[in-house]
Ligand binder design. Structure first.
Ligand code: ADP
Ligand code: MG
Length: 244
């Protein structure tokens, strides 16, 4: 049973076809990599999955429902959370306050107040920060964090909404090797509760943390399978050796 199933997705920008019949499925508690050359349609596919863009053709099923025509708001409410390629933390607020806002965006504050104490909410936020190595920094302003730490804060904000599916668009962009490795270590424990679709250029990163992978090229799927089958794919080798 899939948590997410995309079938025959078509997305056009004017006369240009960015997604040309893309299908993929992601099971619960699975990390799924999405790779391919620049412009192959990865970000477009993530936006279509979350509802930021509507498809011109094809269907999207999520958690047993056809969400193809659902708004992004409704999809978020049903358990999708997206971290965009660009950072959107609020630099003038503390890490704690950024997390609090993210939680309020997903759950009305009055229902949180009713279901638990303020101290409980505070501890939950500190635990969200702790997962990404940021607990000690909770009262610092987000603007003073390094680029890598800001990315982690933003993932923590997405994770704090307890999504069934977390979509990450190049979360390690601009990170050092050390920060990339730490990112993998922070993400892996999420697998017990969440599926992740992750766009990433670093093939080693994908091979280390993902179970399954889809490779796009010019809006089409050229590989879909387990990560350990990637190396044997002639189509993938061709794209990565001739154009990467
Ligand atoms: P990737 O994330 O794989 O690099 P994108 O999904 O961002 O690729 O883009 C796929 C193709 O669609 C590219 O050729 C890009 O120029 C085009 N594209 C993306 N967004 C838009 C848009 N809003 N309007 C027109 N063309 C777009
Ligand atoms: Mg992109």
């Amino acid at each position: 049973m899939s948590l997410l199933r995309v079938e025959g997705a078509v997305k056009k920008y004017g006369t240009f076809t960015a997604l040309n019949g893309v299908s993929l499925a992601v099971r619960p508690q699975t990390f799924h990599g999405l790779i391919g050359p620049n412009g192959s349609g990865k970000s477009t596919l993530l936006k279509a999955i979350t509802g930021a863009h509507q498809l011109n053709g094809g269907t999207i099923h999520f958690a047993g429902n056809d969400v193809t025509r659902h708004s992004s708001y409704r999809r978020a409410r049903s358990g999708m959370s997206l971290k965009f390629q660009i950072t959107s933390v609020l630099p003038e607020l503390s890490l704690f306050e950024n997390l609090l806002l993210a939680k309020q965006a997903s759950t009305p504050i009055w229902s949180q107040m009713r279901s638990g104490s303020a101290a409980g909410l505070r501890e939950e936020i500190l635990l969200d920060l702790q997962r990404f190595g940021l607990r000690q920094r909770s009262s610092d302003l987000a603007g003073v964090l390094s680029h890598g730490q800001q990315q982690w804060l933003e993932i923590a904000m997405a994770v704090s909404q307890n999504p069934k599916l977390l979509l990450l668009d190049e979360p390690t962009g601009g990170m050092s090797l050390e920060e990339r490795r730490a990112t993998g270590e922070f993400l892996v424990p999420l697998k017990s509760a969440t599926s992740v679709v992750i766009v990433e250029h670093d093939l080693d990163f994908i091979k280390t943390i993902c179970d399954t992978v889809t490779v796009l090229d010019q809006g089409k799927v050229i590989f879909d399978g387990r990560v350990d089958e990637l190396d044997a794919s002639e189509a993938v080798r061709r794209v990565y050796t001739t154009r990467a």
